[in-house]
Design a protein around this ligand. Structure first.
Ligand SMILES: [Zn+2]
Length: 411
């Protein structure tokens, strides 16, 4: 029969000079406390790995480990300090945990998997019996490791976008790797300085030279930052942002018209918002019939809707030359409606046309980021609004960065 102490040494994979010296079990508190002692005369310097003489021992530290059955399990140890000729007195590396961590590597690895698999951080916290702050410290360390390990490969196609952060019109800017479908980094703000910082933070000089195309909305600060910092990149104004602008024009036109009609108690546009905004492919037969019947009235909203529908065909042109001539036709139609909201978008698209036609060379859009967007929405909803930007950034990179988050292997 092996003793409880040997039993735990085997479970922990501890070998000399580390020994389990005491195991305490509290059946009332459902806790196991394992005390470990370093009995060797030498240990490794954490800086250079040299075997050095043990100088003394630091005060006791504790590490949360994987549970023993349902018993919360904690390791206790006074880590040895070594005196290295080169680095002076240093606390030796511990085989079961990373530097400064309050958790063992096995626990960290488990907690990361639980967080990723859980529907929310609250749920993960309950399962792991960790509070918000502890979860965040785990995530932060994991993301830092992941960013350190990320290889600075060529990233030819990137997308940049702004996201709201906190109520009260605070924004963050996000940069994505389109091919890999991952977030590269996040910074606070959406103005020129933020765009510069974002690009410089996410990509090194060599990577910046190699970016071929950037998908963005028609935002001036982003355009100027890209022109300066990504010298070989085509700007491609994103299909999805453009359709959002067209949708807004339809919706504003509907709202204005509805207000006017209601003065005569005409309720025809009441509750029709989504009828105009959803594509016809997504409407039920009933909604389609309603749409057809409203269209007979030849209202402004129908005209705006028609212009939006007409623009869909722009994307299906064979190349930039065909697309350019289709645009000219569309622009005339759009202007012909006389609707201010539609004209406004038409003018904006005309102004940026050169960088819309680049789509026919690159075929990039921020479409993939729809998936990332919905993940970010969940992150936001889970985090009670994220008062702290850095926590928000860490969460986005943790869940959407496709980073190697696993705890470090100590040698
Ligand atoms: Zn050393």
């Amino acid at each position: 029969m092996i003793s409880t102490i040997e039993h735990y040494e085997i479970l922990l994979g501890l070998t000399s000079p580390w020994e389990v010296t005491k195991v305490e079990l509290s059946t009332e508190q459902l806790k196991v406390d394992i005390h470990i002692t370093h009995i060797g005369e030498s240990a490794c310097c954490p800086e250079c790995g040299q075997d050095c003489r043990v100088y003394d021992h630091s005060p006791e530290r504790t590490w949360r480990h994987l549970d023993t059955m349902q018993f919360e399990t904690t390791l206790h140890c006074r880590p040895p300090r070594v005196k290295c000729n080169e680095h002076g007195v240093k606390t030796a590396a511990i085989p079961w945990a990373g530097k400064h961590s309050r958790f063992t590597q096995l626990f960290e690895a488990f907690a990361i998997n639980v967080m990723i698999a859980s529907r929310s951080l609250q749920e993960a916290g309950k399962l792991l019996r960790l509070n918000w702050q502890q979860l965040h410290s785990l995530m932060k360390r994991a993301v830092e490791r992941g960013l350190d390990r990320r290889v600075a490969d060529e990233i030819p196609w990137v997308g940049m976008d702004e996201k709201s952060f906190r109520k009260g019109h605070k924004y963050v800017s996000i940069i994505n790797d389109i091919e890999e479908g991952r977030v590269l980094d996040v910074v606070e703000g959406r103005e020129g300085k933020a765009a510069d910082k974002l690009i410089n933070k996410a990509l090194n000089e060599k990577q910046r030279e190699m970016v071929c195309g950037v998908s963005i909305d028609m935002s001036a600060p982003y355009i100027s930052a890209i022109n300066r910092l990504l010298p070989h990149a085509d700007i491609v104004h994103d299909k999805f942002h453009i359709s959002q602008h067209l949708n807004n024009a339809v919706d504003k036109t509907r709202r204005q018209e509805h207000r006017v009609l209601m003065k005569d108690k005409d309720e025809i546009l009441k509750g029709t918002k989504f009828l105009w905004l959803k594509g016809v492919d997504h409407l039920s037969d009933e909604s389609l019939a309603q749409l057809e019947s409203i269209k007979k009235r030849e209202l402004n909203v129908s005209k705006a809707w028609y212009i939006r529908e007409l623009f869909v065909h722009f994307w299906a042109r064979r190349d930039a030359v065909f697309a350019q001539s289709y645009f000219d036709y569309w622009y005339k139609e759009a202007f012909g409606t006389g609707l201010p909201e539609v004209r406004k978008v038409a003018r904006m698209l005309k102004k940026h046309l050169a960088n819309i036609l680049t789509y026919f060379d690159c075929y990039i859009t921020n479409a993939f980021s729809e998936g990332i967007n919905s993940k970010i929405q969940t992150i936001k909803a889970n985090a009670r609004g994220f008062r702290n930007f850095e926590n928000y950034r860490i969460s986005i990179l943790f869940f959407c960065g496709k980073l190697d988050l696993a705890p470090q292997k100590l040698t």
